[in-house]
Design a binder for this molecule. Structure first.
Ligand SMILES: CC(C)(COP(=O)(O)OP(=O)(O)OC[C@H]1O[C@@H](n2cnc3c(N)ncnc32)[C@H](O)[C@@H]1OP(=O)(O)O)[C@@H](O)C(=O)NCCC(=O)NCCS
Length: 205
């Protein structure tokens, strides 16, 4: 594995960059939208009954500490920017985040996560970003595998795993620390190994 950090990745419509403080407040705003944090918000359950925890005044310090580590070579998290020609404003905009976090002790096995501003969902941006990110992780960073999961009812996220040709390896029913929802949820579990990725590259989107 090559610990080369979150180098810039450019696609047709997007630029993926390591996190900087400039865009963090907008990312916080996106994460505070219920249709986004319904499925994904780190630390959600712990502070589910404490709205004061989620204010920018409190959150800013967490975002700062994340940005302080963003350029470390063992961090793989990108802010997703939309090129100006595709934004509503005509200026480059941050529209989400994508990551390939550690997934246990073996750092060559990663978990992936993503969210996109609802104003820009349904246009293929998460697919475009995730496709480029996993290519970087398998070919440049040379990880061995991605093990990840999404709530089965989260159709868009499950669809991305299918489109990227992950193997669906099962379902588990458990509580999620990443949502405010307090009950049990059914998660679809996905796996993609390096060999599978490299051997079937020509069949991928
Ligand atoms: C999951 C998420 C990142 C997808 O972002 P996106 O940019 O809209 O995704 P894409 O446009 O690339 O679409 C991916 C697929 O999902 C489908 N899709 C998108 N939104 C959908 C919706 N609301 N309902 C059903 N399908 C949907 C798309 O049609 C596409 O499939 P297709 O190519 O077969 O048509 C976005 O919905 C999101 O931020 N959700 C909240 C956070 C989240 O769930 N994170 C992941 C936790 S596991």
């Amino acid at each position: 594995m090559n610990l080369i950090g979150s180098k810039m990745i450019e696609t047709e419509r997007l630029i993926l960059r390591s996190s900087k403080m400039e865009e963090q407040k907008r990312l916080w705003e996106i994460l505070m939208i219920p249709e986004v944090n319904k499925w994904y918000l780190v630390g959600a359950k712990k502070y589910a009954n404490d709205p004061s925890h989620w204010t920018w005044e409190v959150q800013e310090k967490f975002y700062k500490s994340k940005v302080d580590k963003a350029d470390n070579n063992d961090v793989f998290v990108w802010s997703v920017f939309l090129k100006p020609e595709y934004t509503n404003s005509g200026n480059e905009e941050v529209i989400g985040q994508i990551s390939a976090q550690e997934n246990g002790e073996d750092i060559t096995i990663r978990d992936v996560g993503w969210y996109i501003d609802p104003n820009y969902q349904g246009k293929g941006y998460a697919t475009e970003a995730s496709k480029a990110m996993i290519n970087y992780m398998f070919k440049k960073v040379e990880i061995n595998a991605i093990f990840s999961s999404a709530v089965k009812d989260n159709i868009a996220s499950c669809r991305i795993f299918d489109k990227l040709r992950f193997d669906k390896i099962g379902e588990v029913i458990e509580k999620s620390p990443y949502t405010f929802y307090d009950g049990l949820l059914t998660f679809s579990k996905y796996e993609l190994t390096r060999d599978d990725y490299l051997n079937n590259e020509n069949k991928r989107i």
